[in-house]
Write a protein that binds this ligand. Structure first.
Ligand SMILES: NC(=O)c1ccc[n+]([C@@H]2O[C@H](COP(=O)([O-])OP(=O)(O)OC[C@H]3O[C@@H](n4cnc5c(N)ncnc54)[C@H](O)[C@@H]3O)[C@@H](O)[C@H]2O)c1
Length: 249
Protein backbone atom coordinates (compact mmCIF):
# COMPACT_ATOMS: atom_id res chain seq x y z
CA UNK A 1 0.00 0.00 0.00
CA UNK A 2 2.73 2.35 -1.11
CA UNK A 3 1.74 5.82 -2.35
CA UNK A 4 5.22 7.03 -3.27
CA UNK A 5 5.06 9.60 -6.07
CA UNK A 6 1.27 9.95 -5.91
CA UNK A 7 -0.57 13.22 -5.32
CA UNK A 8 -3.78 12.84 -3.33
CA UNK A 9 -6.50 15.51 -3.18
CA UNK A 10 -8.69 15.15 -0.07
CA UNK A 11 -11.85 17.22 0.55
CA UNK A 12 -12.99 17.89 4.10
CA UNK A 13 -9.40 17.42 5.27
CA UNK A 14 -9.42 19.88 8.20
CA UNK A 15 -10.49 17.34 10.82
CA UNK A 16 -11.97 13.89 11.40
CA UNK A 17 -11.38 11.14 8.89
CA UNK A 18 -10.09 13.49 6.19
CA UNK A 19 -7.27 14.76 8.45
CA UNK A 20 -6.35 11.19 9.46
CA UNK A 21 -6.29 10.15 5.82
CA UNK A 22 -4.02 13.10 4.99
CA UNK A 23 -1.48 12.10 7.65
CA UNK A 24 -1.59 8.45 6.63
CA UNK A 25 -1.22 9.26 2.90
CA UNK A 26 1.88 11.32 3.61
CA UNK A 27 3.27 8.53 5.80
CA UNK A 28 2.72 6.18 2.84
CA UNK A 29 4.80 8.43 0.57
CA UNK A 30 2.19 10.69 -1.04
CA UNK A 31 1.96 14.45 -1.36
CA UNK A 32 -1.45 15.85 -0.49
CA UNK A 33 -3.77 18.70 -1.47
CA UNK A 34 -6.02 19.47 1.48
CA UNK A 35 -9.33 21.24 0.81
CA UNK A 36 -11.85 22.42 3.38
CA UNK A 37 -14.13 25.31 4.33
CA UNK A 38 -12.36 25.42 7.71
CA UNK A 39 -9.37 27.23 6.28
CA UNK A 40 -7.34 27.85 9.46
CA UNK A 41 -7.43 24.15 10.40
CA UNK A 42 -6.48 22.89 6.98
CA UNK A 43 -3.63 25.42 6.79
CA UNK A 44 -2.37 24.24 10.21
CA UNK A 45 -2.46 20.62 9.05
CA UNK A 46 -0.52 21.47 5.88
CA UNK A 47 2.10 23.27 7.99
CA UNK A 48 2.37 20.22 10.25
CA UNK A 49 2.95 17.95 7.24
CA UNK A 50 5.40 20.35 5.55
CA UNK A 51 5.20 22.54 2.43
CA UNK A 52 6.96 19.95 0.24
CA UNK A 53 4.32 17.39 1.24
CA UNK A 54 1.06 19.33 1.63
CA UNK A 55 -0.86 22.21 0.12
CA UNK A 56 -3.90 23.73 1.88
CA UNK A 57 -6.71 25.11 -0.25
CA UNK A 58 -9.97 26.83 0.64
CA UNK A 59 -12.56 24.52 -0.90
CA UNK A 60 -16.32 24.51 -0.57
CA UNK A 61 -17.13 21.26 -2.39
CA UNK A 62 -20.52 22.56 -3.49
CA UNK A 63 -18.83 25.36 -5.49
CA UNK A 64 -17.62 24.58 -9.03
CA UNK A 65 -15.24 27.58 -9.08
CA UNK A 66 -13.58 26.35 -5.86
CA UNK A 67 -12.92 22.96 -7.48
CA UNK A 68 -11.41 24.63 -10.56
CA UNK A 69 -9.13 26.74 -8.35
CA UNK A 70 -8.18 23.75 -6.17
CA UNK A 71 -7.22 21.54 -9.11
CA UNK A 72 -5.21 24.38 -10.71
CA UNK A 73 -3.37 25.12 -7.45
CA UNK A 74 -2.62 21.42 -6.95
CA UNK A 75 -1.30 21.00 -10.48
CA UNK A 76 0.78 24.14 -10.15
CA UNK A 77 2.38 22.96 -6.90
CA UNK A 78 2.78 19.21 -7.54
CA UNK A 79 2.32 18.79 -11.32
CA UNK A 80 -0.22 15.95 -11.13
CA UNK A 81 -3.29 14.59 -9.32
CA UNK A 82 -3.44 10.80 -9.01
CA UNK A 83 -6.10 10.35 -6.35
CA UNK A 84 -9.26 12.19 -5.28
CA UNK A 85 -10.84 11.37 -1.93
CA UNK A 86 -14.35 12.84 -1.86
CA UNK A 87 -14.59 12.91 1.92
CA UNK A 88 -16.32 16.21 2.85
CA UNK A 89 -19.78 15.70 4.28
CA UNK A 90 -22.38 17.03 6.69
CA UNK A 91 -25.12 15.33 8.72
CA UNK A 92 -28.43 17.03 9.56
CA UNK A 93 -31.26 15.62 11.67
CA UNK A 94 -34.74 16.44 10.40
CA UNK A 95 -37.37 13.86 9.49
CA UNK A 96 -38.93 13.79 6.03
CA UNK A 97 -42.11 15.63 6.99
CA UNK A 98 -40.17 18.54 8.49
CA UNK A 99 -37.09 18.68 6.26
CA UNK A 100 -36.97 22.10 4.57
CA UNK A 101 -35.99 22.68 0.94
CA UNK A 102 -32.90 24.52 2.23
CA UNK A 103 -31.73 21.59 4.37
CA UNK A 104 -32.42 19.05 1.61
CA UNK A 105 -30.51 21.11 -0.96
CA UNK A 106 -27.64 21.87 1.41
CA UNK A 107 -27.04 18.23 2.35
CA UNK A 108 -27.45 16.92 -1.21
CA UNK A 109 -25.39 19.84 -2.57
CA UNK A 110 -22.41 19.11 -0.30
CA UNK A 111 -22.49 15.33 0.16
CA UNK A 112 -23.50 14.31 -3.36
CA UNK A 113 -23.11 17.44 -5.52
CA UNK A 114 -19.66 18.00 -4.00
CA UNK A 115 -18.61 14.50 -4.96
CA UNK A 116 -19.88 14.94 -8.50
CA UNK A 117 -18.17 18.31 -8.94
CA UNK A 118 -14.92 16.90 -7.56
CA UNK A 119 -14.96 13.98 -9.99
CA UNK A 120 -15.74 16.29 -12.91
CA UNK A 121 -12.90 18.65 -11.92
CA UNK A 122 -10.14 16.01 -11.75
CA UNK A 123 -11.03 14.00 -14.87
CA UNK A 124 -8.87 16.05 -17.32
CA UNK A 125 -5.74 15.80 -15.13
CA UNK A 126 -6.25 12.08 -14.53
CA UNK A 127 -6.89 11.41 -18.22
CA UNK A 128 -3.72 13.27 -19.09
CA UNK A 129 -1.77 11.25 -16.51
CA UNK A 130 -3.14 8.02 -17.99
CA UNK A 131 -5.13 7.00 -14.93
CA UNK A 132 -6.11 7.65 -11.36
CA UNK A 133 -8.20 6.53 -8.41
CA UNK A 134 -11.29 8.25 -7.01
CA UNK A 135 -12.50 7.25 -3.56
CA UNK A 136 -16.01 8.37 -2.63
CA UNK A 137 -16.82 8.34 1.07
CA UNK A 138 -20.39 7.11 1.41
CA UNK A 139 -21.59 5.40 4.61
CA UNK A 140 -23.55 2.45 5.91
CA UNK A 141 -26.29 5.06 5.32
CA UNK A 142 -25.62 4.42 1.62
CA UNK A 143 -26.41 0.74 2.07
CA UNK A 144 -29.44 0.79 4.41
CA UNK A 145 -31.95 3.30 5.72
CA UNK A 146 -31.99 5.14 9.05
CA UNK A 147 -34.95 7.22 10.30
CA UNK A 148 -34.70 10.98 10.84
CA UNK A 149 -31.94 11.76 8.33
CA UNK A 150 -33.60 11.52 4.89
CA UNK A 151 -31.30 13.97 3.09
CA UNK A 152 -28.18 12.27 4.44
CA UNK A 153 -29.46 8.81 3.43
CA UNK A 154 -30.36 10.03 -0.06
CA UNK A 155 -26.96 11.70 -0.46
CA UNK A 156 -25.03 8.61 0.62
CA UNK A 157 -27.09 6.24 -1.58
CA UNK A 158 -26.50 8.77 -4.36
CA UNK A 159 -22.74 8.66 -3.77
CA UNK A 160 -22.86 4.89 -4.24
CA UNK A 161 -24.70 5.27 -7.56
CA UNK A 162 -22.47 8.10 -8.75
CA UNK A 163 -19.49 5.85 -8.06
CA UNK A 164 -20.77 3.15 -10.39
CA UNK A 165 -21.73 5.61 -13.14
CA UNK A 166 -18.31 7.26 -13.05
CA UNK A 167 -16.46 3.93 -12.80
CA UNK A 168 -18.10 2.68 -15.99
CA UNK A 169 -17.40 5.89 -17.91
CA UNK A 170 -13.82 6.26 -16.71
CA UNK A 171 -12.57 2.66 -16.88
CA UNK A 172 -11.31 3.11 -20.47
CA UNK A 173 -9.02 5.88 -19.22
CA UNK A 174 -7.51 3.83 -16.38
CA UNK A 175 -9.41 5.86 -13.77
CA UNK A 176 -10.89 3.68 -11.02
CA UNK A 177 -13.81 4.85 -8.85
CA UNK A 178 -14.93 3.08 -5.67
CA UNK A 179 -17.07 3.88 -2.64
CA UNK A 180 -16.18 3.43 1.03
CA UNK A 181 -18.94 2.74 3.54
CA UNK A 182 -17.89 3.44 7.12
CA UNK A 183 -20.08 2.50 10.05
CA UNK A 184 -19.96 4.61 13.21
CA UNK A 185 -16.51 6.18 13.42
CA UNK A 186 -15.20 8.22 16.33
CA UNK A 187 -15.18 11.79 14.98
CA UNK A 188 -16.95 15.03 15.93
CA UNK A 189 -19.70 14.22 13.41
CA UNK A 190 -21.24 11.51 15.64
CA UNK A 191 -20.11 12.73 19.07
CA UNK A 192 -22.69 11.71 21.73
CA UNK A 193 -25.03 10.43 19.01
CA UNK A 194 -25.50 6.82 20.08
CA UNK A 195 -26.67 5.87 23.59
CA UNK A 196 -25.38 2.34 22.90
CA UNK A 197 -23.88 0.32 20.07
CA UNK A 198 -26.30 -2.61 20.17
CA UNK A 199 -26.79 -2.30 16.41
CA UNK A 200 -23.13 -3.13 15.82
CA UNK A 201 -22.10 -6.79 16.25
CA UNK A 202 -18.57 -5.72 17.31
CA UNK A 203 -20.20 -3.37 19.88
CA UNK A 204 -17.73 -0.55 19.31
CA UNK A 205 -17.15 2.49 17.12
CA UNK A 206 -14.46 2.42 14.46
CA UNK A 207 -11.34 4.56 14.57
CA UNK A 208 -10.54 6.97 11.70
CA UNK A 209 -7.37 4.98 10.97
CA UNK A 210 -9.47 1.88 10.29
CA UNK A 211 -11.18 3.78 7.46
CA UNK A 212 -7.89 5.34 6.30
CA UNK A 213 -6.58 1.80 5.76
CA UNK A 214 -9.33 1.20 3.18
CA UNK A 215 -8.82 4.60 1.55
CA UNK A 216 -5.08 4.00 1.17
CA UNK A 217 -5.70 0.54 -0.28
CA UNK A 218 -8.05 2.05 -2.88
CA UNK A 219 -5.67 4.96 -3.58
CA UNK A 220 -2.77 2.59 -4.15
CA UNK A 221 -2.00 0.23 -7.00
CA UNK A 222 -2.72 -2.66 -4.61
CA UNK A 223 -6.39 -2.27 -5.61
CA UNK A 224 -5.65 -2.18 -9.36
CA UNK A 225 -8.52 -4.53 -10.36
CA UNK A 226 -11.20 -2.83 -8.21
CA UNK A 227 -13.58 -0.29 -9.69
CA UNK A 228 -17.29 0.49 -9.29
CA UNK A 229 -17.26 -1.41 -5.99
CA UNK A 230 -18.32 -0.92 -2.39
CA UNK A 231 -15.84 -1.30 0.47
CA UNK A 232 -17.39 -1.60 3.91
CA UNK A 233 -15.79 -1.11 7.35
CA UNK A 234 -18.59 -1.14 9.91
CA UNK A 235 -17.97 -3.63 12.70
CA UNK A 236 -20.55 -5.94 11.13
CA UNK A 237 -23.40 -3.39 11.17
CA UNK A 238 -24.66 -4.18 7.69
CA UNK A 239 -23.91 -7.89 7.97
CA UNK A 240 -27.15 -8.49 9.82
CA UNK A 241 -28.83 -8.18 13.20
CA UNK A 242 -26.71 -8.75 16.30
CA UNK A 243 -27.87 -11.70 18.48
CA UNK A 244 -30.80 -10.12 20.37
CA UNK A 245 -31.29 -13.23 22.53
CA UNK A 246 -27.68 -13.66 23.63
CA UNK A 247 -28.53 -12.81 27.27
CA UNK A 248 -31.38 -15.21 27.86
CA UNK A 249 -32.43 -17.83 25.38
N1 LIG B 1 -18.14 9.67 11.53
C1 LIG B 1 -18.92 8.72 11.09
O1 LIG B 1 -19.42 7.90 11.89
C2 LIG B 1 -19.19 8.55 9.62
C3 LIG B 1 -19.80 7.36 9.21
C4 LIG B 1 -20.03 7.15 7.86
C5 LIG B 1 -19.64 8.10 6.93
N2 LIG B 1 -19.07 9.27 7.35
C6 LIG B 1 -18.67 10.23 6.33
O2 LIG B 1 -17.27 10.40 6.37
C7 LIG B 1 -16.93 11.71 5.91
C8 LIG B 1 -16.05 12.39 6.96
O3 LIG B 1 -16.80 12.49 8.16
P1 LIG B 1 -16.16 12.81 9.59
O4 LIG B 1 -16.80 11.89 10.55
O5 LIG B 1 -14.69 12.90 9.51
O6 LIG B 1 -16.83 14.25 9.81
P2 LIG B 1 -16.29 15.62 10.41
O7 LIG B 1 -17.51 16.42 10.64
O8 LIG B 1 -15.35 15.37 11.54
O9 LIG B 1 -15.42 16.22 9.19
C9 LIG B 1 -16.03 16.65 8.01
C10 LIG B 1 -15.13 17.67 7.34
O10 LIG B 1 -15.80 18.09 6.13
C11 LIG B 1 -15.68 19.51 6.07
N3 LIG B 1 -16.76 20.09 5.26
C12 LIG B 1 -18.08 20.24 5.57
N4 LIG B 1 -18.73 20.87 4.59
C13 LIG B 1 -17.80 21.14 3.63
C14 LIG B 1 -17.86 21.77 2.35
N5 LIG B 1 -19.00 22.31 1.88
N6 LIG B 1 -16.73 21.84 1.62
C15 LIG B 1 -15.57 21.34 2.09
N7 LIG B 1 -15.44 20.75 3.30
C16 LIG B 1 -16.55 20.65 4.04
C17 LIG B 1 -15.75 19.99 7.51
O11 LIG B 1 -15.25 21.30 7.65
C18 LIG B 1 -14.90 18.91 8.19
O12 LIG B 1 -13.52 19.26 8.19
C19 LIG B 1 -18.26 12.41 5.65
O13 LIG B 1 -18.59 12.34 4.28
C20 LIG B 1 -19.25 11.61 6.47
O14 LIG B 1 -20.57 11.69 5.96
C21 LIG B 1 -18.84 9.51 8.67
Amino acid sequence: MDLTGKVVLISGAARGMGAHEARRCVAAGARVILGDVQVADVVALAEELGPDKALAVQLDVSCTEDWTRTVSAGLERFGRIDVLVNNAGILRFTDTENCSDEEWEQVLGINLGGGFKGIRAVIPAMKEAGGGSIVNISSTAGLKGFGGVPAYIASKFGMRGLTKAAAIELAPYGIRVNSVHPGNVETEMIEDLYPNLNHVPMKRVGQPDEIANLVIFLASDASSFSTGSEFVADGGETGGMPDLFADGR
